[in-house]
Design a protein around this ligand. Structure first.
Ligand code: ADP
Ligand code: TZP
Ligand code: MG
Length: 285
């Protein structure tokens, strides 16, 4: 791997994606968990999207029809999710709408494993998870030879760098982008990989930072390609969380409020400037 400076083109694409979302206000249909559903919807609105949350299988097709993209999160599975989540992914794929998968707590229980295996055939446009979720998903989808990855509840016990080869295998399988989040994010497709630094560790102290990041990726996927969408949302999260703590010590719930405020306040040029400072392209030799 050889580190080079971020090309101007990617920063321009990111900045354009921010502008386009604010212009188009794309509707994103989400199938997500009931712990963080409110933060997901508010984060989607804050960056300029529109939100609709659904649970029933018969809503999959009509939701995919009216939405510009779809978000699927397996955080709190109810029995009905075994039908509704694959139906949501199928409807998105058949309607040619981009869709984002967040494999929360991958590997926890037979039902979650079965739902995640079922989703493989619909090839998500973007997969977003923490390091252990990405490694475990690559295992569940039969893309790894060695069984590894230890999700602890919804938390990661692996590092982002340890998930790099699993992320690449997933991207090669789907043809889309994969985003591995953590202290440093890794965002890649089968051709390019970026590391993103910055952000506040306070994101670890609220629930739903990862879920809402996936939901925001779906907003950007409505207006741009998979890699740019994953990068734009990831930069937004690092930049808004830095701003939220810039006034000094802050409690966790006030942080969440300030963080969402900054998702709505940061401008395309703020995001471009942050990208220039914090994004590094990794080129394979
Ligand atoms: N220690 C940290 N420092 C800075 N940013 C972080 C840190 N931990 C997580 N993040 C950010 O928090 C967001 C959610 O990531 P993560 O906590 O890995 O997801 P999940 O909640 O699914 O485990 C991402 O934007 C990521 O970059
Ligand atoms: C705590 C919890 N339990 C089931 S889903 C969920 C939310 C996980 O959210 P995130 O992965 O964004 O922290
Ligand atoms: Mg998560």
């Amino acid at each position: 791997m050889n580190t080079i400076n971020t090309a101007d083109a990617v920063v321009r694409n990111i900045s354009t994606a921010v502008e386009e979302v604010r212009k188009q206000n794309p509707l994103v249909g989400s199938w997500t968990n009931f712990v963080t559903i409110n933060l997901v919807a508010n984060a989607q609105l804050a960056v300029g999207g529109r939100a609709a949350m659904c649970f029933l299988p018969d809503e999959a097709e009509p939701l995919a029809f009216v939405s510009k993209s779809i978000y699927v999160n397996v955080g709190t599975l109810q029995p009905i999710a075994c039908q509704s989540l694959p139906a949501a992914a199928k409807a998105a794929a058949e309607a040619n709408k981009p869709w984002v998968l967040d494999p929360v707590a991958a590997g926890l229980g037979d039902t979650r494993t079965s739902v995640l295996k079922d989703l493989k055939q619909y090839k998500p446009t973007i997969i977003r998870g923490n390091a252990s979720e990405i490694i475990t998903l690559a295992n569940l989808w039969g893309l790894e030879t060695e069984i590894k990855g230890k999700v602890e509840g919804v938390d990661s016990t692996d590092t982002v760098r340890e998930a790099a080869s699993s992320a690449l295998k997933l991207a090669e399988y789907t043809g889309g982008a994969v985003a591995v989040s953590g202290e440093i994010d890794l965002i890649l497709n089968s051709e390019k990989a970026y590391y993103l630094t910055g952000g506040s560790e306070m994101l670890e102290c609220i629930t739903g930072a990862g879920c809402s990041l996936g939901g925001v990726m779906a907003v950007f996927a409505a207006v741009t390609d998979a890699l740019t969408a994953a990068l734009t949302a990831s930069v937004f999260y690092k930049a808004a969380s830095d701003k939220a703590v810039s006034g000094g010590k802050i409690g966790t719930f006030s942080f969440q409020t300030a963080f969402v405020d900054y998702l709505s306040l940061l401008t395309p040029s703020d995001i471009a400037e942050y990208s220039e400072k914090h994004l590094t392209l990794q080129e394979c030799d």
